[in-house]
Design a protein. Structure first.
Length: 415
């Protein structure tokens, strides 16, 4: 009897985590915390194990992908990937702008519930709207931060976009270096990349355990009550991002990427499971690269350049989540946005999404400028924090699916 595939094992672990988490959520809080204290560290270990490979893997793959190719191909494929990503982001923001206003127009919100959620956000997360506003970069600061003053510091801080910029510049510089100097450097980074990919494969063997250990505590603590008074916001983000992925991203990957639906779904599913359970797109990057090369036959040069680039820049789920969140906060404070204001929020969400860090709850930081663009109070972030765990899981899953689709389309349309 053959062993189940990684995708099947991860799916079974995800379902088991959901079911056992729901059963545990009916127990007393003391029991929940005792069980979670035992299970949760395994999930943290799994995420940390994946994240420790991300920086060396991304840097080495980007350098090898650029220095081992020609500049014309890099410019063509990279430019195409950015255009595809921008198209997906604009579509995502448009869908959020179309769907959210009519849904929330029918919404009646209890002010008492809103106050309770704001208090819970402050105590549970230790983050206020003012903190988020201070952390939100301005457009000028975002542009300045693209070029890292210290690449080692950027790597230590997990600042992937500046790190990718450095790796791209380093790879381009290697292209203009004489081959007798370039080839040893490329061989070194290729060795690092191969070693990291082997390490990722070893870690992914433990993916079912990691996904179970991440999912069970989440569901146990939140349970069915997690949706609570703000059910409409939670459900709308979850449903809208899921339908966007199923009805637009998957068909685009199949039709424009020239890959079968089954192959694409199998290739992206392990990354989706990691993204959903960990709520960090950075943790899902190794699984994306693994799926692209093993399931879709993408070359190391293409996957090593396109997927880190997409992971650093492209968050299609976040764009929709930011747009829906702005419309919801407006309704929360009794201000129904005009069509122009909704369009402004969606456009700001598209631009702001490029600065979102690939960490759990990263979209919340970017919510502040989106709210400010339509005159909404930054304090609305505090309410969204109270129920953001579930929407964030769906947003992150949409992010990695869009990243894989954009990479596949850019790679296949070039060949």
């Amino acid at each position: 009897m053959s062993r189940p595939s990684l995708s099947t094992s991860v799916l079974l672990a995800l379902v088991a985590g959901l079911l056992f988490g729901l059963l545990l959520s009916r127990a007393g809080s003391a029991t929940i915390e005792r069980v979670v204290a035992i299970i949760e560290p395994f999930g943290t270990l799994f995420v940390n194990a994946i994240r420790m490979t991300v920086v060396p893997l991304v840097v080495s793959l980007v350098i090898v992908g650029i220095a081992g190719a020609d500049a014309t191909r890099i410019a063509r494929v990279g430019g195409r990937a950015l255009l595809i990503a921008l198209a997906f982001l604009c579509l995502s923001g448009l869908v959020g702008a179309i769907v959210a206003p009519p849904v929330f127009a029918r919404l009646s919100i209890d002010p008492v519930a809103v106050t309770a959620l704001r208090s819970r956000a402050a105590s549970a997360f230790g983050t206020s709207a003012a903190d988020a506003a201070r952390r939100a970069p301005t457009l000028l600061q975002w542009i300045v931060d693209l070029v890292p003053a210290n690449p080692v510091r950027a790597a230590a801080d997990g600042a992937m976009l500046p790190l990718v910029v450095f790796a791209v510049a380093f790879g381009m510089a290697l292209l203009s270096t004489p081959s007798e100097y370039r080839d040893p450097v490329v061989r070194f980074f290729r060795g690092v990349a191969d070693a990291m990919l082997r390490l990722v494969r070893w870690i992914l063997v433990l993916a079912p355990l990691g996904v179970f250990a991440l999912t069970l505590p989440l569901v146990a603590r939140l349970g069915v009550v997690a949706i609570g008074a703000l059910a409409s916001y939670v459900v709308l983000v979850a449903v809208a991002t899921s339908l966007f992925v199923l009805l637009l991203v998957y068909p685009a990957a199949v039709l424009l990427g020239h890959v079968s639906l089954e192959r694409f779904a199998r290739a992206v599913f392990p990354a989706q499971a990691v993204a959903f359970s960990s709520r960090t797109s950075l943790a899902a990057l190794p699984a994306l690269i693994e799926g692209a090369e093993r399931r879709l036959g993408m070359s190391t040069a293409s996957s090593g350049f396109l997927l880190p680039l997409a992971s650093a820049l492209f968050r299609v789920g976040a764009t929709m989540g930011l747009t829906v969140g702005a419309v919801f906060v407006a309704r929360l404070y009794g201000n129904d946005l005009t069509t122009t204001q909704v369009a402004t929020a969606a456009a700001t969400a598209v631009l702001t999404s490029f600065s979102i860090p690939g960490i759990p709850g990263g979209s919340i930081i970017a919510m502040v400028p989106v709210l400010s663009s339509v005159g909404l109070p930054a304090e609305g972030v505090g309410v969204l924090l109270g129920v953001d765990t579930i929407p964030d899981a769906f947003r992150t899953t949409a992010n990695v699916t869009g990243q894989m689709a954009a990479a596949v389309i850019a790679d296949r349309s070039h060949t």
